[in-house]
Design a protein around this ligand. Structure first.
Ligand code: MN
Length: 577
């Protein structure tokens, strides 16, 4: 694709001359960087960043983010290229490109209990919502071209990752359209038979349904006009494959129980009109009891707003209607980026007010635990793009790509003990990002850390000064004590099993509730995800006395989302790990 063809595709986005020059510069830089490279399909590589950047543009992102999308695959090793990009395009764009590159290094192993920590890791490493947006578009294009990948196993891994990490992330950011698109793209790879079945059934069922709705919609239009409701858009909208299949599973695979196979969507100007239209529908047709849902008054957790109702329509057939305002519609599709009005260099346009009621702002504030009512200035807006809701945690990687979740300021020794006590006990050196680092080096999110070990190496007392986690501290202390002759006696260890709502940040909240009391936590296990809406967390620790256990119990119960707390006391031999 030539620059002028590309520019043509951006033409409906009214970019300034300055913006276009900036994008043009990135376009040619990327073309040069990928010259001679090919994709698995045999196409020139540059078509990939071009496609990604056009998707980024189509959801309304600014010139800077579009340029970053063009450059997103140009940095292979962290060194020279990134510096060059910084020099030529500025620090903001280098920051975005670096974020995308770091996220690319995270590997996903598909273990159920790590899914949630993967999502967190992803966000923590990305550091900026715009990086997440680029990665989501990158993933959409990779999924769209996945059949060119000649390795079925790799296809499967990528598709699963899409279903379990990327789609839920898009969902949490309120980007419904992107979420559904990612799910449908992955569906055919992860569940090919089921996909084929759903596609076949739909092919049989949809035409008749479409014909039927072609009778319903004009009636609706006429009624809305007669009521004097301005600028209503009405269209039929088929359900996405994957969400349909999930719904079928919840309904014994009974197609007759799916009323929104094709729903009628009505988009109107304001909330008043939404309720007026709902009234109109109910005047025309009798609603099914219990199926009127007011997501305007009570939005879904990810911010989704609409009115839903299901009625006995013409000839007694059942039809679902969804009514929402233009604002809600945009938000439901693009969530977090729906209301961006950008200027060059990633700053919101002067005077662009951020409505703090917007779902994604709420969501972010909730994640960041900094809910404040009047953060509507541009500054707060930019701030909210920064993902710092894991402020006190860092996520480092093993060379295999496993995520190790540590407190801020943690060092290679903490890291070593969190992999395995044997690795901690025998550590002689550490590398971060391929370079040797000292034991007091403070790990950064995204660091790939390699621990060098030697059999006859042992922990030293000095290590106690550099470690940040009680896990590492306990191991070192135990060893040092053992050295000075005292044998390990019996130890009272307490286990707490906690049932919690599976919400973002719960593990952090629970562990900090326990850590506040100063006991040494031996182990935290968590089981999240899956069909169960609840997750379980098991914490083992050594209490100083009995009263402390009760205090901890009370503290845990105060954490939002905790359902039940069960305490078991165990006696363990102190020396063993
Ligand atoms: Mn890419």
């Amino acid at each position: 694709m030539t620059w002028s063809e590309y520019k043509e595709k951006l033409s409906h986005h009214d970019f300034s001359k300055k913006d276009l020059t900036y994008i043009e510069d990135a376009f040619f830089y990327a073309e040069e960087a990928h010259r001679g490279q090919k994709r698995h399909s045999g196409e020139p590589y540059i078509l990939h960043p071009i496609a990604v950047s056009l998707k980024v543009a189509s959801i309304g992102m600014d010139a800077l983010t579009i340029a970053a999308a063009l450059l997103h695959d140009t940095v292979e090793d962290k060194g020279t290229t990134l510096k060059e990009i910084r020099k030529r395009f500025g620090t903001d764009i280098a920051f975005l490109v670096d974020g995308v590159t770091k996220v690319d290094k995270i590997k996903y192993h598909g273990v159920e209990r790590t899914v949630e920590s993967m999502r967190k890791m992803f966000l923590a490493v990305a550091e900026d919502i715009r990086v997440v947006v680029i990665k989501l578009c990158d993933r959409i294009h990779n999924m769209e071209t996945l059949d060119a990948l000649p390795f079925p196993e790799k296809q499967m891994r990528i598709a699963k990752e899409t279903l379990e990490i990327y789609a839920p992330l898009a969902d949490r950011l309120g980007m419904g359209e992107i979420k559904a698109h990612l799910e449908d793209l992955a569906f055919q790879y992860v569940y090919p038979e089921e996909y084929a079945w759903v596609a076949r059934e739909l092919k049989n069922r949809l035409p008749e349904r479409e014909l039927y709705l072609a009778r319903v919609i004009p009636i609706m239009k006429k009624e809305i006009m007669r009521e004097g409701i301005a600028r209503a858009e009405i269209h039929a909208r088929a359900k996405h494959y994957y969400s349909l299949w999930k719904k079928l599973q919840r309904n014994d695979m009974d197609w007759d129980r799916i009323f929104d196979l094709i729903a009628v969507r009505i988009v109107i100007k304001d909330i008043q009109d939404a309720y007026a239209v709902l009234g109109l529908i109910h005047k025309l047709w009798k609603p099914l009891p219990g199926r009127i849902k007011d997501y305007i008054a009570l939005p879904k957790p990810n911010g989704y707003q609409s009115l839903h109702t299901t009625v006995f329509c013409i000839d007694g057939q059942i039809v679902e209607f969804q009514i929402r305002t233009v604002e809600m519609h945009k938000e439901a599709e693009f969530g977090i980026v729906a209301h961006w009005a950008w200027e060059h260099e990633g700053k919101p346009k002067a005077g662009s007010q951020i409505n703090p009621k917007l779902a994604w702002v709420r969501q972010l504030q909730e994640w960041q635990g900094t809910f404040q009512k009047d953060r509507s200035t541009s500054e707060a807006f930019l701030e909210s793009l920064k993902i710092d809701f894991f402020k006190n945690r860092i996520f480092a990687l093993t060379p295999k790509g496993d995520v190790i979740d540590l407190p801020e300021g943690a060092t290679p020794i903490d890291f070593a003990y969190h992999i395995h006590s044997e690795i901690g006990d025998h550590a002689v050196g550490a590398k971060a990002g391929g370079k040797m680092v000292s034991f007091d080096y403070e790990l950064q999110s995204g660091d790939v850390v390699e621990i060098l070990t030697r059999k006859n190496q042992h922990p030293s007392r000095e290590w106690l000064d550099v470690v940040k986690t009680s896990l590492a501290r306990n191991h070192i202390r135990r060893f040092v004590r053992g050295q000075s002759g005292s044998a390990g006696g019996k130890q009272q260890q307490t286990e707490i099993d906690i049932t919690v709502e599976d919400r973002v940040g719960i593990l952090k909240d629970v562990s900090s509730a326990i850590a506040e009391s100063g006991v040494s936590i031996k182990d935290i296990e968590s089981h999240v995800g899956g069909k169960n809406p609840y997750a379980s967390i098991r914490v083992s620790f050594v209490p100083h006395n009995k009263e402390e256990i009760q205090k901890i119990r009370t503290r845990i119960k105060k954490v939002k989302g905790v359902q039940a707390v069960k305490i078991t006391e165990k006696t363990k031999t102190g020396m063993k790990t």
